[in-house]
Design a protein around this ligand. Sequence first.
Ligand code: ADP
Ligand code: ZN
Length: 219
Amino acid sequence: MIRIILFGAPGAGKGTYSSELIKKYKVPQISTGDMLRAEVKEGTELGKEAHEFMKHGQLVPDQMVIEMVHKRIQEPDAVNGFILDGFPRTVTQANSLDQMLRQMNIELSGVIKIEISQETILSRLTGRRVCTNCGATFNIATMKPKQEGICDKCGHNLIQRPDDKPETILNRLAIYQKDTEPLIEFYKKKDLLRPVQCEGPYNEALARVFAALEKMAKV
Ligand code: ADP
Ligand code: ZN
């Protein structure tokens, strides 16, 4: 049973690692970024409101994501574990998550902190391309698709996310440092933080993430 948070800066690879982890552990990935992008794509009220913040690289208001996660985490497929990706991102969100888990009478297995240099982050974010259809991610420098501009998995077009433009990236990183980094202390105090060095070859970093998870998984 794993109930974890994948924690790291934008571009650290949370989405890429979680898509590997869910295959092995058969638990859902709860990605607030993906959920919000789906709302935007469907043109819901929530999506319209969220889009105004997302396009500038700002965080959407806490209450919006907290409600989304609150609903999602209680769905039947999350009963036997989950991987939270991109949530919590503020101390307010982390406190709400604590409260939700207490109410559900469950505990986190741990928080995996993806450690990576600022340089790598910048090159990843500027090179990132995502599939307009299935959401798979590629990188024009480090994880090229087989055919330029085309998704390996489903054949649809790849685009650059609007918030991956250079001006917005710097904004997102500044917000990460100000609003999200305080969570490191928050989870350290609870003795839940598990830092994993993710610089270097992808497969080796992934193996280290898996190893960290093995240690915290409870049967
Ligand atoms: P990344 O990790 O690459 O920044 P995400 O896909 O996790 O990207 O998030 C994209 C955007 O969605 C964020 O910049 C923010 O606007 C919004 N978002 C996602 N998760 C949250 C959250 N937990 N709290 C507030 N805003 C969020
Ligand atoms: Zn695709």
